[in-house]
Design a protein around this ligand. Structure first.
Ligand SMILES: O=C(O)[C@H](O)[C@@H](O)[C@H](O)[C@H](O)COP(=O)(O)O
Length: 286
């Protein structure tokens, strides 16, 4: 099933009880949910979505700047390595970044770079110099500032587009997973990284999920992207999905996944049915 959440005209006909509701009402209006019966369907839809955005972006800008995350996401993108996508996607125009990375060596089992390289990048003809992973031989703080510098250069040359609103990088697509605690990228609940509004890339050395040292895009960068997709599978995430997307009152204003709210860009949630089971709308779908 694919459907859009209530349109602006629908929700604005009901007067919001508070500024809070208005704020998150606005998010709901912009989010598209794509709920899939099974993983195979989700994988196909995700590959189609990414291939379409790549085509549009290459047509408009000549390049496609995409930011990846870790976790199950890379496996769920697997159909891109198969026909027809492996031949039809214009891989030479892709520029690859990471929305977050663990500060470990590139060959370490925890490395998001290694995960993506083994599962995706080594299987399609990406140009090696277009793959922008972090400097793995410095501290987390230095790695974050080096990565921001690299991104700054590529914004200058418009390999990465720029937001008209705040000068932030405007990635063509940022792909996110979500943990059962509602974290996205390495933005964890109740962590001060959520308040970082000046930097594009920040770091943490006390991640509640190991490994402790990470770099992460900040919320302003995520919310400046042209497209953001949150890809969530498994029943263990259903409560966090509900808290992120439904009108739950002031209960969870700082759930990281709820703070993903592109200012001008488009937001799509790819959900496996089990992950969507606690959404308010799920009660009508049987
Ligand atoms: O850096 C990490 O610890 C992981 O990459 C993490 O951020 C992951 O993306 C989410 O927890 C969702 O992971 P799953 O999709 O595998 O559940």
């Amino acid at each position: 099933h694919t459907w859009l959440l209530p349109s602006p005209s629908l929700s604005s006909s009901v007067s919001p009880p508070s500024a809070f509701m208005a704020l998150f009402g606005a998010q709901k209006d912009k989010a598209e949910m794509r709920i899939h019966e099974n993983l195979d369907e989700l994988r196909t839809d995700l590959a189609d979505y990414i291939a379409q955005l790549s085509e549009m972006s290459v047509k408009e800008r000549g390049v496609f700047a995409i930011a990846l995350s870790g976790g199950s996401l890379i496996g769920l993108m697997g159909k891109l390595c198969e026909a027809p996508y492996n031949k039809t996607v214009d891989w030479a125009k892709w520029y690859i970044f990471w929305a977050d990375e663990r500060v470990v060596g590139k060959s370490h089992a925890d490395s998001n770079y290694k995960l993506a390289k083994d599962g995706l990048l080594s299987k399609v003809p990406i140009v090696p110099s277009h793959v922008h992973s972090i400097n793995d031989s410095v501290s987390a703080e230095q790695a974050a500032s080096d990565y921001e510098f690299v991104i700054r250069q590529l914004v200058r040359t418009r390999v990465i587009n720029v937001s008209e609103i705040n000068d932030c990088p405007k990635f063509d697509l940022i792909l996110l997973g979500m943990g059962p605690d509602g974290h996205v990228a390495s933005l964890f609940p109740n962590h001060s990284v959520l308040d970082e509004n000046n930097e594009w890339v920040t770091f943490l050395t006390d991640s509640p999920k190991p490994p402790p040292e990470r770099i992460t895009f900040t919320l302003p960068v995520i919310n400046s992207a042209s497209n953001v997709a949150v890809v969530v599978t498994g029943g263990s995430k259903s409560e966090a999905v509900h808290l992120a997307l439904d009108d739950v009152g002031p209960a969870c204003p700082s759930l990281p996944a709820r703070m993903v709210r592109p200012t001008k860009g488009k937001l799509v949630w790819f959900l496996e049915k089990a992950a969507s089971s606690k959404l308010d709308s799920a009660q009508f779908s049987e």
